[in-house]
Design a protein around this ligand. Structure first.
Ligand code: UDP
Length: 256
């Protein structure tokens, strides 16, 4: 079921949506006990990766929500389709779902990251949202032999919301593989968000977040991620090329 309008950025779909609408839709889906809805984040890096990786593209195509997580996605939507849409960082959406769940009493399960990070993040979430109902957790280093027992643990917990923090594309692949066996209403891939909640990776200061340049901050802090940043530069060059062609020729370009 397509919940929101989608537009393509270099062949990769992104929802045209805002945070309030997503939260209302999540509430509606949980209240009517609709199973197997998933949220994946789309950013410049993932758009470049999905162009080369058909399996990741298929995972994204089949996702219920494709949030414009990075400034790359929102700027490209503006340049290519002349559509202005709100940027919804996955980490912000996760915290909003936690707040909503604490208010409504929805159950949450948190899967992913190293054991100490996962544990600390759960403690921090309980401090931030005293009414939060975290019914289970697991670190993200479960072997394939133990996957059946993790699925059972998640289903036995009767959780309604599942957060998966395995990084990309691992989490998208995991969600696509196992979601049909899970009795959850909402499943969100949250990348490295547990590391920032636990406090061992600092989230970018407000300036970087507001200007959509969180990735520059991450590059400075984690230079070992340089390979991943090359994809972002390729993306920026592609978008600038389209912007220039449109500016010079005034021809509407439809890139898919
Ligand atoms: N991770 C995991 N299991 C794995 C591989 C990674 O739980 O098999 C976790 C890792 O500990 C980290 C997160 O996934 O917490 C990856 O974070 P990263 O910042 O690389 O993700 P991104 O947001 O860039 O996709």
């Amino acid at each position: 079921m397509l919940l929101f309008d989608r537009k393509r950025v270099f062949g990769v779909p992104v929802n045209i949506v805002n945070l309030d609408k997503i939260l209302d839709t999540i509430t509606y889906l949980i209240e009517k006990d609709s199973k197997g809805n998933n949220i994946m984040a789309v950013n410049a890096e993932k758009i470049m990766y999905a162009q080369k990786n058909q399996f990741l593209l298929k995972c994204l195509e089949n996702s219920s929500f494709l949030i414009p997580d990075g400034a790359g996605a929102t700027v490209a939507l503006k340049v290519i389709h002349s559509i202005k849409t709100e940027r919804i960082p996955g980490a912000d959406l996760m915290l909003n779902i936690c707040r909503l769940s604490a208010e409504k009493g929805y159950k949450i399960f948190i899967y992913g990251a190293k054991e100490e990070v996962n544990k600390k993040a759960v403690e921090k979430l309980k401090e931030s949202f005293p009414n939060i109902n975290i019914v289970g957790r697991s670190n993200g280093y479960v072997s394939s032999e133990d996957m059946d027992s993790l699925i059972k643990q998640i289903n036995d917990s009767k959780t309604q919301v599942l957060f998966v923090a395995l990084g990309s594309p691992k989490q998208e692949i995991w969600i696509s593989k196992y979601l049909s066996r899970l009795n959850v209403n909402i499943c969100q891939g949250i990348g490295g968000t547990l590391d920032t909640i636990a406090g061992n990776v600092k989230r970018a200061p407000v300036f970087f977040r507001k200007t959509g340049t969180e990735w520059i901050y991450r590059l400075i802090k984690q230079p070992q991620r340089i390979k991943r940043h090359i994809k972002i530069w390729h993306f920026i060059i592609k978008v600038i090329k389209i912007w220039l062609i449109k500016k010079i020729t005034h021809i509407p370009i439809s890139t898919s």
